[in-house]
Design a protein around this ligand. Structure first.
Ligand SMILES: Nc1ncnc2c1ncn2[C@@H]1O[C@H](COP(=O)(O)OS(=O)(=O)O)[C@@H](OP(=O)(O)O)[C@H]1O
Length: 376
C-alpha cells in the first residue's frame, strides 16, 4: 500500500495525472482478494428450466443512486419480458451477509418466471463500490449492465434528503459521534451546506491547497488537475474506505462517475454496458425504454402508450396492461429534491469538484449524453 501511495505522490509531484488504472488494481487487490466466489453458478442450466422457475438475473442496474433507478425499474417491469426480484433491491453483491451465503441465496431472492422472461437486479449502490465489478464478473462475465446517471451536484442534495429521511435519531447520533466532532449537530441540522463542507474537509484533509482553492470564492478556480488528483488519491486509499461508505463523504464520493465506471469498463465488454441519462428518462421515457429494450434484445413491449405526464411529480407515470393504476413515483414525498435549492456558494463548490473529473466520464461515453450539465 505504501509503495502504491508513494507512486501516486511521485506522479503528483511531477505534475502528471494520477493513473486511475493503477489505483483500481490496487484497491481491488488490497481489500477484496479473498471475497470472491470463483466458481460461477450454472446460469444457463437454471435459466433454461421449463415452466415457472426462479432464474438468475442476466441484467444488473448498478446505479446511480438517486438518479431515477426507481423510475427505470418501474418502466422496465411493465414489459412482460422483464422481471425483477419481488424482494426489491437484493444487495447481494455489496453486503457481506448476503454475498457470503453464495449464489443459491441470490437465486432464492429472484422471482419465479417463465423461460422467456429475463430477470434483472437493481441495486443502486453497486456502481460506486470498487469491490463489485470483479464479483459481478465472477458471477457472469456476459451479464448486461445498465447505469442511469444524473447531474452530480444536484444528486448530492437528493441523496442527502433521502438519507436524512431514512435515518433514525439513533443513527444520526452514531454518525455524529463517528464523524467530525467539531460539528456535533451535523445530522440534526437541516444545513446541507455545512454537511458538504464537512465532507470537503475530510476528502481534502491532506491537500490543503485543493481544499482552499475549491472553497475560495474570490479567485478564479484553476485547480482542476490538482482537485482531480487529490480526490482520486482519497478514494483510492483503503484507509478511507470505511469513511466513504458513510455520510457525509458518500454524498460527494458517489458522484465520481467516470472513476467508478472505468472499473466496470475494464472488466466487461463495452457492448454489455448501457449508460442512460436521467434527464432523458424524465423527458423522453418511451425513447429511453426503446434504447433499453434494444440493448437487452427483448421485443419492444413498452412504448409511448405506457407513459402519462404527471404535473404533481414533474415526471411521467408509467402504466402497463396488468396495472389498475399508473405508477408515479412517490408523489406525496415532501423530501423531493426539486422542492429545495442548493445555495449558490455550495453549488459552485460542488460544480468545481465535478467539473474537475468530468473528462473521465466523457472519455467513456462521449461529450453529448451529459452536455447539458454544463461541465464542458
Ligand atoms: N420518471 C423519472 N425519470 C427520471 N428521474 C426521476 C423520475 N422520477 C423521479 N426521478 C428522480 O429520481 C430520483 C430518485 O432516484 P432513485 O429512484 O434512483 O432513488 S433510489 O436510489 O432508488 O432511492 C428523484 O430524486 P428526488 O426528487 O430527490 O426524490 C428524482 O430526481
Amino acid at each position: 500500500m505504501f509503495v502504491m501511495l508513494q507512486r501516486i505522490e511521485n506522479q503528483l509531484r511531477r505534475g502528471e495525472n494520477v493513473d486511475k488504472y493503477m489505483i483500481k488494481d490496487f484497491e481491488f487487490s488490497q481489500k477484496f482478494k479473498n471475497t470472491i466466489h470463483t466458481k460461477p453458478p450454472d446460469i444457463r442450466g437454471q435459466n433454461s428450466l421449463l415452466g415457472k422457475a426462479r432464474r438468475f438475473p442476466r441484467i444488473i442496474i448498478t446505479g446511480m443512486q438517486k438518479c431515477g433507478t426507481g423510475a427505470l425499474k418501474d418502466a422496465m417491469t411493465r414489459s412482460p419480458y422483464l422481471a425483477w426480484s419481488s424482494q426489491g433491491e437484493t444487495h447481494f453483491f455489496d453486503r457481506a451477509n448476503n454475498y457470503n451465503q453464495g449464489y443459491q441465496a441470490y437465486l432464492d431472492m429472484q422471482p419465479e418466471v417463465s423461460p422467456e422472461v429475463i430477470v434483472f437486479d437493481k441495486t443502486p449502490s453497486l456502481m460506486t463500490d470498487s469491490t463489485i465489478p470483479a464479483r459481478v464478473k465472477a458471477y457472469d462475465p456476459d451479464v448486461k449492465i445498465i447505469s442511469i446517471l444524473c447531474e452530480p451536484t444536484h444528486r448530492t442534495l437528493s441523496h442527502y434528503l433521502h438519507a436524512k429521511a431514512m435515518m433514525t435519531k439513533q443513527e444520526m447520533e452514531d454518525q455524529n459521534r463517528h464523524f467530525n466532532q467539531a460539528r456535533k449537530s451535523l445530522y440534526n441540522s437541516d444545513n446541507f451546506e455545512e454537511v458538504i463542507e464537512s465532507a470537503i474537509d475530510e476528502i481534502f484533509a491532506q491537500d490543503e491547497f485543493v481544499r482552499n482553492a475549491v472553497l475560495d470564492m474570490k479567485n478564479e478556480f484553476r485547480a482542476h488537475q490538482a482537485t482531480r488528483a487529490a480526490f482520486y488519491r482519497y478514494v483510492a486509499n483503503p484507509a478511507n474506505f470505511e469513511q466513504m461508505q458513510k455520510l457525509p463523504v458518500q454524498l460527494i464520493q458517489r458522484g465520481l462517475y467516470g472513476y467508478y465506471l472505468n472499473q466496470w469498463y475494464d472488466l466487461f465488454p463495452k457492448e454489455n454496458i448501457l449508460i442512460l441519462s436521467s434527464a432523458d428518462m424524465s423527458r423522453k421515457p418511451a425513447q429511453t425504454l426503446a434504447t433499453v429494450q434494444e440493448f437487452l434484445g427483448v421485443p419492444k413491449a413498452v412504448d409511448p402508450r405506457n407513459f402519462f405526464w404527471n404535473n404533481e411529480t414533474g415526471h411521467y407515470c408509467v402504466m402497463g396492461p396488468e396495472d389498475d393504476e399508473p405508477h408515479c413515483g412517490n408523489a406525496k414525498n415532501k423530501n423531493r429534491s426539486s422542492n429545495f435549492e442548493i445555495n449558490p456558494r455550495t453549488k459552485i463548490i460542488l460544480n468545481r469538484i465535478y467539473q474537475s473529473v468530468y473528462q473521465d466520464l466523457v472519455d467513456l461515453v462521449g461529450n453529448q449524453l451529459f452536455s447539458e450539465w454544463g461541465y464542458n
